[in-house]
Ligand binder design. Structure first.
Ligand code: PEP
Ligand code: MG
Length: 591
């Protein structure tokens, strides 16, 4: 209980939506933040290295066992555990720890901690929040080896046998794989961010989760009644009767709403006056295709392909990429799969091609800039994508385009890749559509110059907003300035939309903005005919589209464009949505 048993509200980061009310179960676990250092005699060094290697071998076999006994809900995420196995032997951890033990004649724990701290530092400087949060994988691997070195016990989550809400400092993928879903209704953690694996897992398992609460494990004890509001990122500890009743009502309404939306998620997203919108899913892994289809997605609007390049020592082969892409294309056929080429910094690829990413990686050698600098790596991926295009409706999407020369260079490399395939008699479709992400202001402003060279635009609002508003998308200190409804953002989107209509370039959006139903009327009014989002947002957005009429969307859009602040635009959209929900005639007769 909280110290005085009174209701207390904790605010964190929304991990996975849904409301859960129930007793807490605190996972108490040793952390290894402070580690003693002690010196070894020369004669003890070999033995110490052997002790470290033994702890790593044990960690490896623990992970192998966990992978084998992963429940089926988790099977698609067993790759994370495989990645942990690879990390165990990564030179930056394994090699460096052994080197430190030998060179400095110190104990394994201290040597390992030094190696891990170094890796953490490198990760913390990485711009891309998805990649930056992979530091948690390093921490999980570190904790596992450390536990083995110190002889402490692993937490046994598979022993839980009553319905609880798990409260932990962090939940590693290995621990998540042991969760018994009939008992664990939800989880909350002190650490973790929106794109951490923990939150990805919670969304996959479809249980409510709140992360990044900082003090949950200090404030909550096993048995406390807590409420988890996964969408709002709020946890209420020891709720009073009034709060309990309020949340019970929200929970009932939410569940009824989800059931209703889910029932209709396979219907097309067509406005009341017949405008059809493709509602697609964003995925990072081939396994997520099934979720997109289950949730009624019309295709894949963004397949982020970085994952196959991370957490490994060597680059993926063309054949490995091809097989993955082909599987996806075949499952979805005739629905489209939009494969985005590598959006990565030099430091995120295998060690052999490390580059100095500079002090400001978001403005550095990222995405297409990296690929054009390393054309062989790029062509390897292009050939794989082209080959997959023979098996389904594959589209090619290029990230971070900021000038026309880059598109011309991409076209040249596509032609070369195609020639190489032809020479080897490998089949591919020569009708593959080429699109560019519009996520850099230069591309949004000068879209008319880019349009003649491409088949479609896909608006990457996550980056477009970051670059337009000069707000680091991963920096929590300026998070309140990151707004999709900033008048400058709306004007840029409108410009791209007008250009695409004029040049007959298909208009799609795959940034987070597309997955918020509040934005749907504005996006429809601008002419977006394809919206791509996190799979779980698909049913709600489809449902919203079905309630709209183009004439009311356009009126709303015109009013929004007259507003001068994000707050005013948001108020306008919120009152439209409320009136709509109440069955009124929003926007009618208003200036
Ligand atoms: C974007 O920038 O909006 C986008 C969809 O790409 P990512 O989030 O992968 O940078
Ligand atoms: Mg982007």
């Amino acid at each position: 209980m909280t110290a005085d048993g009174r209701e207390e509200i904790l605010t964190g980061i929304p991990g996975s939506p849904g409301i859960c009310i129930g007793p807490a179960y605190l996972v108490d676990r040793q952390d290894f933040d402070v580690v003693d250092r002690y010196a070894l005699d020369q004669g003890e060094v070999a033995e110490e290295v052997a002790r470290f290697k033994k702890a790593v071998r044990k960690a490896d076999s623990e992970l192998t066992k966990l992978i084998k006994k992963s429940p089926k809900e988790f099977s698609q995420h067993a790759y994370i555990l495989e990645a942990h196995k690879a990390l165990l032997h990564d030179n930056a951890l394994y090699g460096r720890t052994i080197e430190t033990i030998k060179k400095m004649r110190v104990n394994s724990e201290w040597a390992l901690k030094t190696a891990v701290d170094r890796v953490r530092l490198v990760f913390s400087r990485i711009e891309d929040s998805y990649i930056r949060e992979r530091v948690s994988d390093v921490s999980h691997v570190y904790n596992r080896v450390m536990r083995n070195l110190m002889g402490s016990q692993d937490v046994e989550l598979d022993k839980i046998n009553r319905r609880v809400i798990l409260v932990a400092r962090d939940i590693s993928p290995a621990e998540a794989s042991q969760l018994q879903l009939e008992w664990v209704m939800s989880f909350i953690t002190d650490l973790g961010g929106r794109t951490s694996h923990t939150s990805i897992i919670a969304r996959t398992l479809q249980i409510p989760a709140v992360l990044g609460l900082s003090t949950a494990t200090q404030k909550i004890r096993t048995g406390d009644i807590i409420i988890v509001d996964g969408a709002a990122g709020v946890v209420v500890v020891n709720p009073d009767d009034e709060t309990l009743a309020k949340y019970q009502e929200i929970k009932d309404r939410y569940e009824a709403y989800r059931a209703q939306v889910a029932r209709k998620s396979h219907l097309p997203a067509e406005t009341r006056d017949g405008m059809l919108v493709a509602v697609n899913g964003n995925i990072e892994l081939a396994e997520e295709v099934v979720a997109v289809l289950d949730l009624g997605g019309d295709g894949i609007g963004l397949y982020r392909t970085e994952f196959l390049y991370l957490n490994r020592r060597t680059l993926p082969t063309e054949q490995e990429l091809f097989e993955t892409y082909k599987d996806i294309a075949e499952i979805l056929n005739p629905r489209p799969v939009t494969i985005r080429t590598l959006d990565i910094n030099g430091d995120k690829v295998a060690s052999g091609i490390m580059t100095d990413e500079g002090d400001n990686p978001a403005l550095g050698l990222r995405a297409i800039r990296f690929c054009l600098k390393f054309p062989e790596i790029f062509k390897n991926q292009l050939r794989a994508i082209l080959r997959a295009s023979a098996y389904g409706n594959v589209r090619l999407l290029i990230p971070m385009i900021s000038n026309v020369e880059e598109i011309l260079a991409v076209r040249r490399l596509i032609a070369e890749a195609a020639d190489e395939l032809a020479a080897n008699q490998e089949p591919y479709s020569d009708k593959i559509e080429l699109g560019i992400m519009i996520e850099v202001p230069s591309a949004a402003i000068a879209a008319d110059l880019f349009a003649p060279h491409v088949d479609f635009f896909s608006l990457g609002t996550n980056d477009l907003i970051q670059y337009t508003l000069a707000v680091d998308r991963g920096n929590k200190h300026v998070a309140d300035l990151f707004s999709s409804l900033h008048p400058a953002v709306l004007r840029l989107l409108k410009n791209v939309a007008s250009v695409s209509a004029k040049h007959h370039v298909r208009l799609a959006m795959c940034g987070e903005m597309a997955g918020d139903p509040l934005h749907a009327p504005l996006l429809l009014a601008m002419g977006f005919t394809e919206l791509s989002m996190h799979p779980r947002a698909i049913p709600t957005v489809k449902n919203t589209v079905r309630t709209l009429e183009m004439s009311e969307c356009k009126k709303l859009f015109n009013r929004a464009m007259k507003k001068s602040t994000c707050g005013e635009v948001r108020d306008l959209l919120e009152s439209f949505s409320k009136e709509k929900a109440a069955g009124g005639q929003p926007g009618a007769n208003k200036p």
